[in-house]
Design a protein around this ligand. Structure first.
Ligand code: NAD
Ligand code: IPM
Ligand code: MN
Length: 358
């Protein structure tokens, strides 16, 4: 009997709970029909809970997940009723930083030609992976405000970059390239303007890159990267960059995939993948779409596919991706990707196709 894998499920806010519910049902099919040894553990965390009793991300939950779970499946966090997003940061960064999940791995693949909005480009031109640094940079919350609300006020957010942090994400990108038969790694920074922090990135990139024979190590400033991505995304295979730039570049990448409703991601401790890993769609809580059964559930389903691959069933990720691709081709999808179905019906269409093969 294979060891059971416990998966914590946090729907979160806005459209998060509804798309995560669809992904959970897909995992239930794998558990009940295919016999995968999955234990699903739903957690009531997010804005509703915070507004009810002030709970954000209790220490005992953080520890229990770390001790007991192989993975976390998260929907999205962010709710207009919590303007300072305190709960969202506690939960999301509580996992990304708390579990030291330093690689935010965001594949940018278009599943059908009609989803690609770039003139003259087709799905085959959109196939790269972004390795976003996930534990440092401007996200660490170091800084402060001084003389707030006065004409002299000052606001500072520090951009933290450590040798260890920069080296390990760059190495993760090269290791991924090597193990996936890729020959091009591009690092994007702003070392022309940020001459302290990003000189470190540039130097480490050249040092680490020199250790990977046969892999081209290309450096671009991030502004130029954005230009070239739009002009010809097919020239990129693996992109590595810092936390903030990675956030921005992957929303741009999501546009090439047909929108945020199609973009999946994993947050991994790349050198110890047996540690708990966090899976989430790239999109946020999209408050205007919440509760209307119109959000695209495919990013969440593809994210569940990444989760299954990580736990040792890579063929199931491919199966889910094939079935989502068919749904797109047959217009069995939500309005954002040209279909007429609601969230639940689009997800059910994919699940039925998957289930029929198990
Ligand atoms: P968003 O990703 O929620 O929405 C951006 C755009 O994409 C909107 O037009 C939205 O309608 C569309 N969109 C997103 N997901 C979609 C889906 N599944 N189907 C169809 N359309 C979809 O980003 P935002 O509006 O900038 O942020 C809303 C809230 O979400 C904020 O509180 C933000 O901080 C939070 N957020 C959370 C995460 C996360 O939890 N990982 C990620 C991004 C944003
Ligand atoms: C993402 C989101 C988060 C980020 C927000 C909600 C803090 O945009 O996961 O892409 O910037 O990392
Ligand atoms: Mn983002």
């Amino acid at each position: 009997m294979p060891a059971r894998k416990k998966i914590a499920i946090i729907g979160g806010d806005g459209i998060g709970p509804s798309v995560t519910e669809e992904a959970k049902k897909l995992l239930e099919i794998y558990r009940d029909k295919a016999g995968l040894p999955l234990d699903l553990w739903e957690l009531d965390l997010g804005a509703d809970r915070y507004l009810r009793d002030g709970t954000t991300f209790p220490k005992e939950i953080q520890i229990a997940i770390q001790r007991e779970c192989s993975a976390v499946l998260l929907g999205a966090l962010g709710d207009p009723r919590v303007p300072n997003l305190e709960h969202a940061r506690d939960i999301l960064f509580g996992m990304r930083f708390g579990y030291d999940l330093y690689a935010n791995v965001r594949p940018v693949r278009a599943l059908a030609d009609r989803l690609v909005p770039l003139k003259g480009r087709t799905a085959k031109d959109v196939d790269f992976v972004v390795f976003r640094e996930n534990t440092e940079g401007i996200y660490v919350g170091m800084g402060g405000q001084f003389k707030r609300g006065t004409p002299d006020e000052v606001a500072i957010n520090e951009d933290l970059n450590t040798r260890k942090g920069v080296e390990r994400i760059i190495r993760a990108a090269f290791e991924y390239a090597r193990s996936h038969g890729k020959t091009k790694v591009t690092m994007a920074d702003k070392s022309n303007a940020m001459r302290h922090a990003h000189e470190l990135w540039l130097r480490v990139f050249h040092e680490v890159g020199a250790q990977y024979q046969g892999i081209e190590a290309r450096h671009l400033y991030v502004d130029a990267l954005c230009l070239l991505l739009v002009q010809d995304p097919s020239q990129f295979e693996v992109i590595v960059t810092n936390n903030l730039f990675g956030d921005i570049v992957t929303d741009l990448g999501a546009a090439f995939q047909g929108g945020l409703g199609m973009a999946a991601s994993a947050n991994v401790h790349a050198s110890s993948p047996e540690k708990v890993t966090l899976f989430e769609p790239v999109h946020g809580s999209a408050p205007p779409l919440a509760g209307k059964d119109i959000a695209n559930p495919f990013a969440a389903l593809l994210t569940a596919g990444m989760l299954l691959a990580h736990l040792g069933w890579p063929e199931e990720e491919r199966r889910i991706e094939r079935r989502v691709t068919e749904a797109i081709e047959e217009m069995a999808c939500t309005v954002d990707v040209g279909g007429k179905l609601g969230t639940r019906a689009a997800a059910a269409w994919v699940r039925e196709r998957v289930a029929s093969e198990l």
